[in-house]
Design a protein around this ligand. Structure first.
Ligand SMILES: [Zn+2]
Length: 266
Protein backbone atom coordinates (compact mmCIF):
# COMPACT_ATOMS: atom_id res chain seq x y z
CA UNK A 1 0.00 0.00 0.00
CA UNK A 2 1.32 3.45 -0.95
CA UNK A 3 2.02 5.61 2.15
CA UNK A 4 0.21 8.97 2.27
CA UNK A 5 2.11 12.12 1.34
CA UNK A 6 3.14 14.37 4.22
CA UNK A 7 1.50 17.71 3.47
CA UNK A 8 2.73 21.09 4.83
CA UNK A 9 -0.37 21.13 7.10
CA UNK A 10 0.64 17.82 8.59
CA UNK A 11 4.13 19.19 9.24
CA UNK A 12 2.63 21.96 11.36
CA UNK A 13 0.72 19.32 13.32
CA UNK A 14 3.92 17.31 13.62
CA UNK A 15 5.67 20.19 15.40
CA UNK A 16 2.88 20.25 17.97
CA UNK A 17 3.01 16.44 18.32
CA UNK A 18 6.77 16.63 18.92
CA UNK A 19 6.29 19.16 21.73
CA UNK A 20 3.56 17.03 23.30
CA UNK A 21 5.71 13.88 23.22
CA UNK A 22 8.57 15.74 24.92
CA UNK A 23 6.14 16.90 27.59
CA UNK A 24 4.99 13.32 28.23
CA UNK A 25 8.67 12.29 28.45
CA UNK A 26 9.17 14.93 31.15
CA UNK A 27 6.08 13.73 33.03
CA UNK A 28 7.25 10.08 32.93
CA UNK A 29 10.70 11.10 34.20
CA UNK A 30 9.41 13.47 36.91
CA UNK A 31 7.18 10.71 38.28
CA UNK A 32 10.11 8.24 38.23
CA UNK A 33 8.20 5.96 35.88
CA UNK A 34 11.49 5.88 33.92
CA UNK A 35 15.08 6.50 35.01
CA UNK A 36 18.32 6.92 33.05
CA UNK A 37 17.46 6.00 29.43
CA UNK A 38 14.52 3.71 30.20
CA UNK A 39 11.16 3.73 28.46
CA UNK A 40 9.83 4.84 25.12
CA UNK A 41 6.67 6.33 23.65
CA UNK A 42 5.19 7.04 20.26
CA UNK A 43 2.33 8.68 18.41
CA UNK A 44 0.72 7.63 15.13
CA UNK A 45 0.82 10.87 13.14
CA UNK A 46 -0.58 9.43 9.88
CA UNK A 47 -1.95 6.02 8.89
CA UNK A 48 1.54 4.72 8.06
CA UNK A 49 3.71 7.12 10.04
CA UNK A 50 4.84 6.93 13.68
CA UNK A 51 6.66 9.62 15.65
CA UNK A 52 8.75 7.85 18.29
CA UNK A 53 11.26 8.56 21.05
CA UNK A 54 14.90 7.94 20.05
CA UNK A 55 17.12 5.12 21.29
CA UNK A 56 19.33 5.69 24.30
CA UNK A 57 18.08 9.12 25.41
CA UNK A 58 16.87 10.33 28.79
CA UNK A 59 13.14 10.86 28.27
CA UNK A 60 13.00 13.81 30.65
CA UNK A 61 15.49 15.82 28.61
CA UNK A 62 14.26 15.24 25.07
CA UNK A 63 14.28 17.98 22.49
CA UNK A 64 11.56 18.04 19.81
CA UNK A 65 14.25 17.49 17.14
CA UNK A 66 15.40 14.25 18.84
CA UNK A 67 12.22 12.39 17.90
CA UNK A 68 12.21 9.97 14.98
CA UNK A 69 9.62 9.37 12.25
CA UNK A 70 9.30 5.78 11.01
CA UNK A 71 6.91 3.80 8.86
CA UNK A 72 4.90 0.88 10.23
CA UNK A 73 7.78 -1.49 9.37
CA UNK A 74 10.11 0.52 11.63
CA UNK A 75 12.14 2.10 8.80
CA UNK A 76 13.50 5.51 9.82
CA UNK A 77 12.17 8.29 7.58
CA UNK A 78 13.35 11.33 9.56
CA UNK A 79 15.53 11.82 12.63
CA UNK A 80 19.19 11.95 13.56
CA UNK A 81 19.31 8.82 15.72
CA UNK A 82 17.52 5.53 15.42
CA UNK A 83 14.18 4.85 17.09
CA UNK A 84 13.96 2.93 20.34
CA UNK A 85 14.92 -0.73 20.05
CA UNK A 86 11.50 -1.48 21.53
CA UNK A 87 9.68 0.12 18.60
CA UNK A 88 8.63 -3.34 17.25
CA UNK A 89 6.39 -3.65 20.34
CA UNK A 90 4.69 -0.34 19.42
CA UNK A 91 4.31 -1.36 15.78
CA UNK A 92 2.65 -4.64 16.77
CA UNK A 93 0.07 -2.65 18.74
CA UNK A 94 -0.53 -0.11 15.93
CA UNK A 95 -0.96 -2.89 13.38
CA UNK A 96 -3.49 -4.74 15.52
CA UNK A 97 -5.41 -1.74 16.82
CA UNK A 98 -6.34 0.93 14.24
CA UNK A 99 -8.03 2.86 17.08
CA UNK A 100 -4.72 3.29 18.94
CA UNK A 101 -2.84 6.54 18.24
CA UNK A 102 -0.44 6.70 21.18
CA UNK A 103 1.65 4.26 23.24
CA UNK A 104 3.66 4.70 26.46
CA UNK A 105 6.15 2.15 27.72
CA UNK A 106 7.76 2.72 31.12
CA UNK A 107 9.01 0.93 34.23
CA UNK A 108 6.95 2.45 37.08
CA UNK A 109 8.37 0.71 40.14
CA UNK A 110 5.29 -0.69 41.87
CA UNK A 111 3.50 -1.94 38.74
CA UNK A 112 6.84 -3.32 37.51
CA UNK A 113 7.14 -5.13 40.86
CA UNK A 114 3.86 -6.90 40.08
CA UNK A 115 5.17 -7.70 36.58
CA UNK A 116 8.32 -9.19 38.11
CA UNK A 117 6.22 -11.23 40.54
CA UNK A 118 4.07 -12.43 37.62
CA UNK A 119 0.93 -11.08 39.29
CA UNK A 120 -1.81 -9.45 37.15
CA UNK A 121 -3.71 -6.46 38.49
CA UNK A 122 -7.11 -8.03 38.18
CA UNK A 123 -9.00 -7.18 41.36
CA UNK A 124 -11.98 -4.78 41.39
CA UNK A 125 -10.54 -2.47 44.05
CA UNK A 126 -11.17 0.98 42.55
CA UNK A 127 -14.21 1.58 40.39
CA UNK A 128 -12.57 4.12 38.07
CA UNK A 129 -9.69 1.76 37.34
CA UNK A 130 -12.02 -1.14 36.65
CA UNK A 131 -14.02 0.96 34.21
CA UNK A 132 -11.05 2.38 32.34
CA UNK A 133 -8.71 -0.60 32.22
CA UNK A 134 -10.51 -3.71 33.42
CA UNK A 135 -7.96 -6.42 34.17
CA UNK A 136 -4.28 -5.70 33.57
CA UNK A 137 -2.67 -9.01 32.51
CA UNK A 138 0.98 -10.09 32.56
CA UNK A 139 2.49 -10.91 29.15
CA UNK A 140 5.25 -13.57 29.20
CA UNK A 141 8.86 -12.44 29.38
CA UNK A 142 10.74 -11.61 26.19
CA UNK A 143 14.15 -10.01 25.80
CA UNK A 144 13.70 -6.21 25.68
CA UNK A 145 14.51 -4.75 22.29
CA UNK A 146 13.76 -7.90 20.32
CA UNK A 147 10.91 -8.70 17.93
CA UNK A 148 9.92 -11.45 20.35
CA UNK A 149 8.65 -8.75 22.73
CA UNK A 150 5.98 -7.73 20.21
CA UNK A 151 5.11 -11.38 19.62
CA UNK A 152 4.51 -12.13 23.31
CA UNK A 153 2.12 -9.16 23.47
CA UNK A 154 0.13 -10.29 20.44
CA UNK A 155 -2.58 -12.30 22.28
CA UNK A 156 -3.27 -9.41 24.69
CA UNK A 157 -3.39 -6.35 22.44
CA UNK A 158 -6.94 -6.71 21.14
CA UNK A 159 -8.52 -7.07 24.60
CA UNK A 160 -6.55 -4.71 26.85
CA UNK A 161 -5.25 -1.13 27.01
CA UNK A 162 -2.61 -1.75 29.69
CA UNK A 163 -0.32 -4.77 29.91
CA UNK A 164 2.37 -5.75 32.43
CA UNK A 165 5.50 -7.14 30.77
CA UNK A 166 6.99 -9.94 32.89
CA UNK A 167 10.37 -9.00 34.45
CA UNK A 168 10.33 -5.74 32.50
CA UNK A 169 7.67 -3.01 32.87
CA UNK A 170 4.34 -1.73 31.58
CA UNK A 171 2.89 -0.69 28.23
CA UNK A 172 -0.29 1.39 27.90
CA UNK A 173 -2.07 2.76 24.84
CA UNK A 174 -5.10 4.71 23.73
CA UNK A 175 -6.72 6.97 21.14
CA UNK A 176 -4.53 9.96 22.11
CA UNK A 177 -1.33 10.72 23.97
CA UNK A 178 -2.95 11.99 27.15
CA UNK A 179 -5.09 8.85 27.49
CA UNK A 180 -2.06 6.58 26.97
CA UNK A 181 -0.16 8.55 29.64
CA UNK A 182 -3.10 8.57 32.07
CA UNK A 183 -3.40 4.82 31.68
CA UNK A 184 0.24 4.49 32.74
CA UNK A 185 -0.48 6.64 35.81
CA UNK A 186 -3.64 4.65 36.59
CA UNK A 187 -1.79 1.34 36.28
CA UNK A 188 0.85 2.50 38.77
CA UNK A 189 -1.89 3.83 41.07
CA UNK A 190 -3.83 0.55 41.13
CA UNK A 191 -0.54 -1.30 41.75
CA UNK A 192 0.18 0.96 44.74
CA UNK A 193 -3.29 0.51 46.19
CA UNK A 194 -3.11 -3.26 45.65
CA UNK A 195 0.26 -3.37 47.44
CA UNK A 196 -1.07 -1.33 50.38
CA UNK A 197 -4.06 -3.64 50.79
CA UNK A 198 -1.63 -6.57 50.87
CA UNK A 199 0.40 -4.82 53.60
CA UNK A 200 -2.73 -4.06 55.61
CA UNK A 201 -3.81 -7.65 55.13
CA UNK A 202 -7.28 -6.93 53.84
CA UNK A 203 -8.97 -6.31 50.50
CA UNK A 204 -12.63 -5.38 50.16
CA UNK A 205 -13.54 -5.84 46.53
CA UNK A 206 -16.23 -3.86 44.73
CA UNK A 207 -19.28 -5.90 43.97
CA UNK A 208 -20.63 -6.25 40.45
CA UNK A 209 -23.59 -4.11 41.55
CA UNK A 210 -21.18 -1.35 42.70
CA UNK A 211 -19.50 -1.26 39.31
CA UNK A 212 -22.79 -1.30 37.40
CA UNK A 213 -24.15 1.53 39.56
CA UNK A 214 -21.11 3.72 38.85
CA UNK A 215 -21.30 2.89 35.18
CA UNK A 216 -24.96 3.83 34.97
CA UNK A 217 -24.20 7.24 36.50
CA UNK A 218 -21.61 7.91 33.78
CA UNK A 219 -23.65 6.93 30.75
CA UNK A 220 -24.55 9.90 28.53
CA UNK A 221 -28.21 10.87 29.06
CA UNK A 222 -29.07 10.42 25.39
CA UNK A 223 -28.04 6.77 25.32
CA UNK A 224 -29.96 5.66 28.40
CA UNK A 225 -28.49 2.18 28.53
CA UNK A 226 -25.47 0.34 27.34
CA UNK A 227 -25.36 -2.05 24.45
CA UNK A 228 -25.01 -5.50 26.04
CA UNK A 229 -23.08 -6.73 23.00
CA UNK A 230 -20.19 -4.42 23.94
CA UNK A 231 -19.58 -5.70 27.46
CA UNK A 232 -15.99 -5.62 28.60
CA UNK A 233 -14.05 -8.44 30.16
CA UNK A 234 -15.03 -7.27 33.66
CA UNK A 235 -18.71 -7.46 32.80
CA UNK A 236 -19.02 -3.69 32.57
CA UNK A 237 -20.50 -2.36 29.32
CA UNK A 238 -18.05 -0.51 27.13
CA UNK A 239 -18.41 3.26 27.07
CA UNK A 240 -20.14 4.67 24.06
CA UNK A 241 -18.06 6.51 21.52
CA UNK A 242 -17.78 10.19 22.30
CA UNK A 243 -17.45 13.10 19.95
CA UNK A 244 -13.76 12.88 18.86
CA UNK A 245 -13.53 16.61 18.06
CA UNK A 246 -14.60 17.44 21.61
CA UNK A 247 -11.94 15.05 22.97
CA UNK A 248 -9.35 16.72 20.74
CA UNK A 249 -10.27 20.21 21.97
CA UNK A 250 -10.13 19.10 25.59
CA UNK A 251 -6.78 17.41 24.99
CA UNK A 252 -5.40 20.55 23.31
CA UNK A 253 -6.53 22.75 26.21
CA UNK A 254 -5.07 20.44 28.85
CA UNK A 255 -1.77 20.02 27.04
CA UNK A 256 -1.48 23.76 26.43
CA UNK A 257 -2.05 24.44 30.14
CA UNK A 258 0.51 21.79 31.07
CA UNK A 259 3.07 23.23 28.64
CA UNK A 260 2.57 26.70 30.17
CA UNK A 261 3.05 25.27 33.68
CA UNK A 262 6.22 23.48 32.63
CA UNK A 263 7.57 26.62 30.99
CA UNK A 264 6.76 28.75 34.07
CA UNK A 265 8.65 26.40 36.35
CA UNK A 266 11.83 26.50 34.25
ZN1 LIG B 1 11.47 -1.37 28.66
Amino acid sequence: MKPPTITPGMRKDERRHRRELCLVGAWLYERRFVVATEGNFSLRIAPHRVLASPAGANKGLLNARDLVVTDLDGRRLRGRSGPSSELPMHLEIYRQRPDVRAICHAHPPVATGFAVAGLPLDKALLAECVLDLGCIPVAPYATPGTRELGETLRPFVAKYNAILLANHGVVTFGPDLLTAFFRMETTEQIARVTLVTHLIGRQTLLTKADVECLLASRLPPRSGRANPSTRTRTGAPAREEEDPSRDRRELDLRLSAALRDLHDRR
